[in-house]
Design a protein around this ligand. Structure first.
Ligand code: ADP
Length: 384
């Protein structure tokens, strides 16, 4: 089999989850990551240490494997293009990634291929906001944003002035604030033969721009489901993707579906696939990039939810004491039936994604998904 050794740029929890799937598929996974503390280090077959955007480290990685794939898009594309010219096989290809890495370029690309997105532009002036967007309005860093870092929802001129005092807002992407009804996500895969597999549509819930939970399948009409899946297929086809992408959407009250963002890799909205589906998004990425046939995207049961376990919103407690509390809460969560906890082994920081809980749902439990989420969140965040 080609691709017995796969290199991954990025060593966070996504690569950590991919590493477990790699060993099941008989693939050796080698990660490029900056720190020994990064989650995937403990599970990878080998590690090359270096920053994500350090192409010299990627050149070393490439020497150790047949194929290089991504768990993180904060790469130096130009430097990697030089490596591609020397024969390094990137999957997805760098051409597939080029229109996506900058959020403004990504919006332009989506517009070009007729995929609906929020109205957008580049920030120019307060007058332009008033004339073309109104408040609230959303400003976003064009690159390197994650978990809402770099996304600013601005309520009024005063908020705009405060932001301008902190960062250079001239360089930001500006877009209309979408008063969405819900947020949705989907994971899609494509292999080199052009076969596409899409997973069920997921409802995602973000608070302060950070994902707190997901429920799959999302309770949406067939029409919405069809639209989301059609958009996912269009994106995968037009970009000639070989790999797995996560796509996030806004669903409006009048059932319009707008793409918020394409992540050119596995995604938090697809974590449920690890325990919930026949083929996880992590196995799927490995299968797609190594030329294997794509697996089944079907759920194993009626549904699945996940709740992210974020670092407690406090920073003053003793490290060990905090670890003990986290461990005991994890045990209490495991008492919920059909729950599984994935703990990434990262050091704790307020708001940081430390792990997630999956709960597999039967048909009757699907209607109780939100109360199960509440129960988990009250165990995790309650009685600080
Ligand atoms: P990141 O790339 O850091 O995940 P996103 O751009 O996806 O940031 O934004 C994070 C969250 O912020 C979204 O999931 C959504 O809840 C909110 N958000 C982002 N853009 C908009 C928008 N145009 N209108 C309303 N809410 C938005």
């Amino acid at each position: 089999m080609k691709g017995k050794q796969v290199g991954v740029i990025g060593g966070g929890q996504l690569a950590w989850m991919m590493a477990a799937e790699a060993s099941k598929l008989g693939i050796e996974l080698i990660v490029q990551t900056p720190s020994q503390e990064d989650p995937a280090v403990s599970r990878a077959n080998d590690v090359v240490y270096g920053n994500i955007d350090d192409a010299i480290t990627t050149a070393k990685l490439a020497q150790m494997c047949d194929i290089v794939t991504f768990e993180n898009e904060f790469i130096d594309l130009e430097a990697l293009q030089q490596l591609a010219q020397t024969g390094v096989c990137f999957r997805p290809s760098l051409d597939s990634l080029t229109p996506l890495l900058d959020k403004y370029d990504q919006r332009n690309y989506l517009q070009k291929i007729n995929v609906p997105t929020p109205k957008f532009g580049l920030y120019s002036s307060p007058e332009n906001i008033v004339a073309n967007y109104g408040f609230p309005v959303v400003l976003k860093a064009r690159r390197h944003g994650y978990d809402g870092q770099g996304t600013f929802i601005i309520k009024d001129i005063e908020g705009l002035n405060k932001l301008a005092a902190k960062i250079p807002i001239q360089e930001l992407l500006i877009e209309e604030f979408v008063p969405f009804e819900r947020e949705l996500g989907i994971i899609a895969a494509r292999n080199e033969l052009g076969a596409i597999a899409v997973y069920p549509v997921t409802e995602t819930f973000q608070k302060n721009q950070v994902c707190h939970w997901t429920i799959t399948p999302a309770d949406v009409t067939e029409e919405v489901e069809t639209k989301v899946k059609a958009i996912a297929r269009t994106i995968m086809e037009k970009l000639n993707v070989i790999g797995v992408f996560g796509i996030e959407f806004f669903l409006t009250k009048d059932n319009r579906v707008l793409v918020n963002e394409i992540a050119p890799r596995t995604h938090n909205s697809g974590h449920y696939t690890l325990d919930g589906c026949h083929t996880s998004q992590f196995a799927m990425q490995l299968q797609a990039v190594t030329g294997m046939s794509l697996g089944s995207t079907e759920l194993k049961s009626a549904g699945a939810l996940i709740v992210n376990l974020l670092g407690f919103e406090e920073s003053d407690s003793d490290y060990q004491e905090k670890r003990d509390r986290e461990a005991s809460r994890r045990h209490r969560i495991l008492e919920i039936s059909n729950s599984l906890v994935h703990w990434y082994g990262k050091s704790s920081r307020p708001g940081r994604k430390l792990g997630h809980v999956t709960v597999i749902l039967n048909k009757e439990e699907l209607t109780q998904a939100k109360s199960i989420i509440e129960q988990i969140e009250s165990i995790w965040y309650g009685n600080k």
